[in-house]
Design a protein around this ligand. Structure first.
Ligand SMILES: C=CC1=C(C)c2cc3[nH]c(cc4nc(cc5[nH]c(cc1n2)c(C)c5CCC(=O)O)C(CCC(=O)O)=C4C)c(C)c3C=C
Ligand SMILES: [Fe+2]
Length: 424
């Protein structure tokens, strides 16, 4: 696989083989040629002379930075998440893969094709890029990598002493019905984008680069974000029809991010500073049962009203909740920081529907994603509380689970995903 790390991701220049980049193809087609926005740039400059903030649909989100994109950055509406097993036993091969992945991710997030592109190369060889994203905008694609506990197992890659104390296996919670085939993973990549084809293209091409070194263990498509990191925008709704994400951590709330999401130097290990920990849970939602439940019961279960999203006994969505006005089993009361010693996490989940279950019911639910500074202080105590007491448990079941250490951002073109972990 071509390592494009020495090829500045400059959309203004033709690619090495003299072919247009994915983004310049867009422009030459006449729809808003995007120039500039090098791999480390902040905004994408359009031919119209304007500049498109990275938060707007279609734009490129900077890949390089102190934190990985895809955590506090705005949440686009589509997800393709993949967990991988590492099949190679060769540490050097794994390191090379992470370098190749980083180079490809830097290009794809800025709207470029992988390596030498999808066409025009050697006719005898498969192209570097699979091609289905040609002509599509960067679509706010973010690619976020994580390392699972199994990567650190003794006898694998010599990482056992580098495993963070916070990277614990999640305990079994009451009611869990986890499918091993939808759980765990040595590595994960979260691809978020406005366009599902852009997200799927990214995971497909990264899996392809990894052929012979990694194998996809499980993957999850998501649509309709169920949480937002931009509280000024309209709060999205989950498949139960309720606004979801009202009380989420805002991506611009730096003090709260520092306190609850980013790993500070004091927590250690050094290679995780400015990183975060990700919990992924596939949660089946029994929507047919929910749909036969009265509105009053639904609102009591959540602790907020369905229309406005206001907390019980309050009028507006963003009014401060009065927890005692909710039933002791209400989801919001039980998950609120005041019921969990101040625990908070940044939620970034997506709805999913994966056909039917053979009994005529939709296999649908929430692919819950939450980033936090330490799962032992956030997801684990909150989920313990919910698993024991939440009225929502009558309507949901956790069927997949994984936890990952998400390292800090890739600083520049010489940096790569996992450099801190693999360098002594
Ligand atoms: C362990 C963490 C959580 C799981 C698992 C979870 C599942 C889950 N949640 C909803 C729907 C809603 N959740 C809401 C709020 C909310 N949920 C959690 C945590 C988990 N949810 C937290 C920390 C909060 C915020 C509490 C607060 O500070 O007020 C809401 C209300 C709107 C909002 O603030 O987001 C809804 C609705 C479902 C359907 C679900 C599993 C399928
Ligand atoms: Fe919730």
């Amino acid at each position: 696989m071509t390592d494009a790390s020495h090829d500045p991701a400059d959309a203004a220049a033709p690619s090495r083989a003299g072919r247009p980049s994915r983004r310049s193809v867009i422009g030459w087609g006449g729809a808003g040629l995007v120039l500039g926005a090098g791999a480390a740039g902040g905004t994408a400059v359009t031919l119209m002379g304007g500049s498109e903030p990275a938060g707007e649909a279609g734009a490129a989100v900077p890949f390089h930075g102190e934190h990985q994109a895809g955590i506090a950055t705005a949440v686009p509406d589509r997800l393709h998440f993949a967990a991988f097993d590492v099949t190679t036993r060769d540490r050097a091969a794994l390191v090379q893969l992470l370098k190749d992945w980083t180079a490809a991710a830097a290009r794809m997030t800025q709207g470029h094709a992988v390596g030498d592109g999808a066409f025009g190369g050697l006719p005898e060889a498969p192209p570097d890029d699979t091609g289905e994203a040609l002509g599509l905008k960067p679509s706010r694609l973010t690619l976020t990598v994580g390392f699972g506990p199994s990567l650190f197992a003794a006898g694998r890659f010599g990482l056992e002493r580098r495993r963070p104390g916070a990277l614990v296996e999640l305990p079994k919670f009451p009611g869990d019905n986890l499918d091993a085939a939808r759980s765990g993973g040595d590595l994960c990549i979260q691809a978020c984008a406005d366009d599902p084809q852009v997200a799927v293209h990214a995971i497909r091409n990264l899996a392809r680069i990894g052929f012979g070194k990694v194998a996809v263990r499980w993957s999850q498509l998501g649509f309709g974000k169920t949480s937002s990191t931009t509280p000024d925008a309209q709060t999205p709704r989950n498949l139960f029809g309720f606004k979801d994400g009202t009380s989420n951590i805002s991506g611009t709330d730096r003090p709260t991010l520092e306190r609850h999401v980013w790993v500070p130097p004091a927590d250690g290990p050094d290679w995780m500073t400015k990183g975060s920990y990700l919990v992924a849970r596939r949660i089946r939602m029994h929507i047919e049962t929910w749909d036969r439940t009265s509105l009053q019961e639904q609102e009591d279960v959540i602790g907020r009203d369905k229309g406005e999203g206001a907390p019980a006994a309050k009028a507006r969505e963003h009014d401060a909740p009065f927890l005692k006005a909710m039933l002791p089993t209400a989801h919001v009361r039980l998950s609120h920081p005041d019921s969990n010693a101040g625990a908070r996490m940044l939620r970034r989940g997506y709805s999913f529907t994966d056909g039917t279950d053979g009994l005529g019911r939709l296999d649908a639910g929430l692919f819950f994603l939450a980033y936090q500074r330490d799962v032992r202080d956030a997801f684990i105590p909150v989920q313990r509380n919910l698993a024991r007491n939440d009225a929502l448990n009558e309507y949901i079941q956790h069927v997949g689970s994984a936890v990952f250490a998400v390292p800090p951002g890739v600083l520049d073109q010489d940096d790569w995903w996992g450099r801190g972990l693999f360098s002594s």
